[in-house]
Design a protein around this ligand. Structure first.
Ligand code: NAD
Ligand code: MG
Length: 402
């Protein structure tokens, strides 16, 4: 029996990045297999105009948008004569996010994705969310907005996709605990002394997943698992003290849900982002694609260990910000983003990433960020800006002290 091909009108925000490219590749593979037919509404990129042009020529979206407006002429010239509308700048990305579509993948990295994710959340679209930072910045309000608009948010982060697939949405009281798995990143076995000399090149070389630079650094510091703990708390309305993290270096079990009767359900698969993307894209159906298959006998064994919060303090700081509540997770996210980028720019050592986050959270505590007017997205952006300023001054103070 062959299922009818899935049909979707799709927008991809951040199409030139790692998740964005995987999404378009997956769509091409499903079309080739006869399991999907896709019409692309909008594609947006940050600065890689050559890749955006190539993608637009292949997918023929209604509109292609480059966020960096200095690249507008290149985009216009590259798509001249194709009939594809072109635009540039942050507002154009937000407008693209509001075009009618069946499915929108939010795959911009960092708080830069918040405005467009927020805009999409108001349209009633099925929102596939990879941009975890927008949820961390403004989660409860973002989820409320999706509900009010009649849309759905389907997580694309692999751990949350796993939980989403085994979580009893109609009986949340039957869940006792969520367990997020973590690969432990490339430095799982290093001592703090050994971590002192880590370079950006070493940090972006992840053993299991091929990802953008910022999330690779987050994975190396385990700030990523901290962001994901906050993400899970909001998505599944579960307090932080009922969300555990277990290190599982093979990245085969993507996360687990423990029920009150002692059953634990998990979702498994080879580590490939196309599977959680396919799950969101096809939801509530399933879509065939040439997925790598799980071969447990070939794997032989799966291993687990406790995360070490001494060596990976960013995870503890994220949990602390979640427990503190209010806009503290937004501050955590902003400080982490500034520190991770400073590390990638060689302006900050690896160990000082968490130090900057800790100090920024402390300095932010009495600042009253988030007390202004405006909608929750604008407030979150104001908190984000304030926290970025603080994190920048913490980094400057560290440079003076060194
Ligand atoms: P990436 O750096 O490879 O791609 C990011 C995309 O965002 C690119 O298209 C880039 O051009 C665009 N972008 C960057 N800055 C922008 C700006 N200021 N305005 C508009 N667009 C901008 O990142 P990625 O690895 O694809 O990650 C994307 C998101 O998905 C992140 O939030 C990440 O945490 C999350 N995620 C990624 C993976 C993964 O395997 N890569 C897994 C889970 C979750
Ligand atoms: Mg993840």
């Amino acid at each position: 029996m062959t299922a009818a091909a899935l049909r979707r009108r799709v927008t991809v925000l951040g199409s030139t990045g790692s998740v964005g490219r995987s999404t378009l590749e997956l769509m091409a593979e499903a079309e080739a297999a006869g399991s999907g037919r896709f019409q692309v509404v909008a594609l947006t990129g940050g600065g890689n105009v050559a890749r955006l042009i190539e993608q637009a020529r292949r997918w023929r979206p209604e509109v292609a948008v480059i966020a960096d407006d200095r690249r507008f002429a290149e985009l216009r010239d590259g798509l001249a004569g194709t009939g594809i509308a072109v635009a540039a700048g942050d507002d154009a990305v937000v407008e693209a996010a509001q075009r009618p579509a069946d499915f929108l993948l939010a795959a911009i990295v960092g708080a830069a994705g918040l405005r467009s994710t927020w805009a999409a959340a108001g349209t009633g679209v099925v929102l596939g969310l990879a941009n975890k930072e927008s949820l961390v910045c403004c989660g409860p309000q973002l989820l409320a907005r999706v509900r009010q608009s009649g849309g759905r948010l389907i997580p694309v982060d692999s751990e949350h996709s796993a939980i989403f697939q085994v979580f009893p949405a109609d009986a949340p009281a039957s869940v006792s605990r969520l367990v997020l798995t973590a690969s432990g990143g490339p430095f799982r076995a290093l001592s703090r002394e050994q971590m002192a000399a880590i370079t950006p090149e070493q940090a972006v070389a992840h053993p299991n997943w091929s990802m953008g630079a910022k999330i690779s650094v987050d994975s190396a510091t385990m700030a990523n698992k901290g962001l994901e703990t906050i993400e899970a708390a909001y998505l599944f309305d579960t307090p932080g003290d009922r969300i555990d993290v277990v290190v599982h270096p093979e990245s085969i079990i993507h996360s687990l849900v423990e029920y009150i009767d002692g059953s634990t359900l998990a979702q498994l698969g080879p580590p490939d982002m196309k599977t959680p993307i396919a799950c969101a894209l096809a939801w509530p159906d399933r879509m065939a694609w040439p997925a790598p298959r799980l071969d447990l006998a070939a794997l032989g064994r799966l291993t687990f260990e406790q995360p070490d919060l001494e060596r990976f303090p960013a995870l503890a700081l994220a949990r602390q910000s979640l427990a503190q509540g209010g806009w503290a997770p937004t501050v955590f996210n902003a400080a982490n983003e500034v520190a991770a980028l400073a590390f990638l720019d060689r302006r900050l050592s690896f160990l000082n990433i968490a130090a900057v986050v800790a100090e920024t959270l402390e300095r932010a505590a009495n600042k009253g960020f988030g007390s202004g007017s405006g909608d929750a997205c604008e407030t979150a952006l104001a908190v984000d800006r304030g926290a970025r300023g603080l994190a920048g001054s913490v980094i400057a103070d560290l440079a003076v002290a060194a």
